[in-house]
Design a protein around this ligand. Structure first.
Ligand SMILES: Cc1cc2nc3c(=O)[nH]c(=O)nc-3n(C[C@H](O)[C@H](O)[C@H](O)COP(=O)(O)OP(=O)(O)OC[C@H]3O[C@@H](n4cnc5c(N)ncnc54)[C@H](O)[C@@H]3O)c2cc1C
Length: 430
C-alpha cells in the first residue's frame, strides 16, 4: 500500500504527487480521464493559462521552473483594444523582469505527470473515477476498491472526495459564460502581451501560444443583450463580432463558425468547509475553485502544494487541519479579488477615471520606490498571503481615490501611504 492516495492528476494533483515523491513518500494517483499523453483529449477548461510567481515558485521547488518557462510566452502587460482600434499597453510589473507567462495547460499537465512517474515513487492509474470514500476505502466507477487511510482530493471544482470531507459547500455561478476561439499564427498582434477588448459588461481576451497563434476567450452573459443566448446563428455571431471586435474579427478567419461550435463554459466560485476530516484533505480547485480573472486558480493550487509540503510533520490529521486553517482566509481573499478583477478587466480598463487612478498610483509608486506595490503586483509577483494583498488593495484604493477627488495632493498621499501600508511590504517581499 502506498503512503498516500491522491485523487486527480490535473496540474495540482500531479505537482503534489511529484513534490511528495521527492520527499520519499510513495503515492498512488487515481485519475478519471484517460492518459492525455497517449489519447488525444482536451486537457480541461482553458487551452492555455497564465503562470506567475506563486506557481513558478512551487515548480522551482521540484526543479521544473526552467523547463516550464522554456515552453512559455512572456506577457509583459495588458494590451487593450478600444472599439475604434486604438491600442494601449499597460505594463504588469515594476520592471521588464516582472511578467506573467502564457503556457499550454496540456503541456504543463503532461510534464508534471511524466516527472511524477519518473520519480519512481508515484504511480498514476487512469480511467478511475472516484465515486465514494467511506471507512478509509476509496471506491471507483469500475468497481476497484482501494484502502486509503491517507487521501488527498485534487479532483477539481466538482470534487467527489469533497462529499466525504466538507459539511458546507457553496457554488456561486457567474451569470456570464465563456467560449474559446483560436486566432491562427500570422495575426501581427503584439506577441508578448495579454490582449483585452473591454466592452463594458463583456470582453474578449487573447493569450499567446508558442506557435504564434492566440487563444481567445469571449466572456459574455448567458442571457440578456448582448448575450450568448442572442447568438443563435452564424449570421448573429458574425454581426456581433463585426460590431464589437472589428479589429479582431478579420484575424480569426472562421470567427462565426468557431463561436457557434465552441462549448459554452460556466464559471463558479466554490467555497467549502472543512477542507480536512481525519486524514483526508482537499487541495486546489477541489477546496477553492475561483473565477479565472486574476489568472490565479492554478497558481493558488500550486501554492497550496508548497505550503502543505512545508508543514508536513508525519501526523497527517494534524498537518491537514493546520494547513486548512492557515490557508482558508487566503483562498477566500483570492476568490474575492478574482471576482473584482472581472469588473476591472471587462469595464474599468477602458474608463478614464480608472486610468487616472492608475496614473496617480504610478506617480505614488515612483515617490516611494519598493515600498508601494500595487494589488496586482502583490498577487502576481510576490508570495505574500492573498489576504494581505486584499487588505493593502483596499487601503490603496482609499488613498488614491482621495487624490483623484482632489481631497489632497500626492505629497499628502505619500505620507498616508507610508503610514498606513504594512511595513513588511518593502522591496524584498517574498
Ligand atoms: C477559462 C479559464 C481560464 C483559466 N486561466 C487560468 C490562468 O490563467 N491561471 C491560473 O492559475 N488558473 C487559471 N484557471 C484556473 C485553473 O484552470 C484551475 O485553478 C486549475 O485547473 C485547478 O487545478 P486542479 O488540479 O486543482 O483541478 P483540475 O484542473 O480541475 O483537475 C482535476 C483533475 O481531477 C480529475 N478528476 C475529477 N473528478 C475526479 C474523480 N471523481 N475521480 C478521479 N479523478 C477526477 C480530472 O479529470 C482532472 O484531471 C482558469 C480556469 C478557467 C476556467
Amino acid at each position: 500500500m502506498a503512503d498516500l492516495v491522491i485523487i486527480g492528476a490535473g496540474p495540482v494533483g500531479s505537482l503534489l504527487a511529484l513534490t511528495l515523491a521527492q520527499r520519499g513518500l510513495s503515492v498512488d494517483v487515481y485519475e478519471r480521464r484517460p492518459d492525455m499523453r497517449r489519447v488525444d483529449i482536451a486537457a480541461g477548461r482553458s487551452i492555455n493559462l497564465a503562470v506567475s510567481t506563486r506557481g513558478l515558485y512551487a515548480l522551482n521547488q521540484v526543479g521544473l521552473d526552467a523547463d516550464v518557462l522554456r515552453e512559455a510566452v512572456p506577457m509583459l502587460g495588458r494590451m487593450t483594444h478600444a472599439l475604434d482600434g486604438k491600442l494601449a499597453l499597460l505594463p504588469y510589473g515594476r520592471s521588464d523582469r516582472e511578467y506573467i507567462n502564457s503556457m499550454s495547460r496540456g503541456g504543463l499537465n503532461k510534464l508534471l505527470m511524466t516527472r511524477a512517474e519518473e520519480s519512481g515513487r508515484a504511480r498514476i492509474h487512469f480511467d478511475k473515477r472516484l465515486v465514494k470514500y467511506a471507512d478509509r476505502i476509496a471506491s471507483f466507477d469500475d468497481g476497484t476498491r482501494v484502502e486509503a487511510p491517507v487521501i488527498i482530493g485534487a479532483d477539481g471544482s466538482a470534487s467527489a472526495l469533497r462529499k466525504a470531507v466538507s459539511s458546507t459547500v457553496s457554488e456561486d455561478y457567474l451569470t456570464s459564460g465563456y467560449k474559446e476561439l483560436t486566432m491562427p499564427p500570422g495575426s501581427g498582434m503584439h506577441r508578448e502581451a495579454l490582449h483585452i477588448w473591454p466592452r463594458g459588461s463583456f470582453m474578449l481576451i487573447a493569450l499567446p501560444n508558442l506557435d504564434g497563434s492566440f487563444t481567445c476567450t469571449l466572456f459574455l452573459a448567458f442571457e440578456g443583450s448582448p448575450s450568448f443566448d442572442e447568438l443563435r446563428t452564424a449570421a448573429d455571431a458574425q454581426a456581433f463580432g463585426q460590431t464589437y471586435f472589428p479589429d479582431a474579427m478579420p484575424l480569426i478567419p472562421d470567427f462565426a463558425d468557431q463561436l457557434m461550435s465552441a462549448p459554452l463554459g460556466r464559471m463558479a466560485t466554490v467555497r467549502a468547509w472543512p477542507w480536512s476530516r481525519d486524514s483526508a484533505l482537499l487541495i486546489g480547485d477541489a477546496a477553492h475553485a475561483i473565477v479565472p480573472f486574476f489568472g490565479q486558480g492554478m497558481n493558488a493550487g500550486f501554492e497550496d502544494v508548497t505550503l502543505l509540503a512545508k508543514s508536513l510533520s508525519g501526523d497527517w490529521t494534524a498537518d491537514f487541519a493546520n494547513f486548512a486553517a492557515g490557508r482558508k482566509p487566503d483562498a477566500d481573499a483570492i476568490a474575492e479579488l478574482a471576482i473584482e478583477n472581472f469588473v476591472e478587466m471587462r469595464d474599468k480598463v477602458a474608463d478614464p477615471d480608472f486610468l487616472r487612478l492608475r496614473e496617480v498610483e504610478h506617480q505614488l509608486q515612483s515617490r516611494i520606490p519598493g515600498r508601494y506595490l500595487t494589488r496586482y503586483q502583490l498577487v502576481t509577483f510576490t508570495r505574500v498571503p492573498y489576504r494581505l494583498a486584499l487588505r493593502v488593495g483596499q487601503i490603496q484604493q482609499r488613498i488614491l481615490s482621495g487624490v483623484v477627488r482632489g481631497d489632497y495632493d500626492l505629497a499628502a498621499a505619500q505620507i498616508l501611504a507610508e503610514r498606513e501600508l504594512p511595513l513588511e511590504l518593502g522591496a524584498d517581499v517574498p
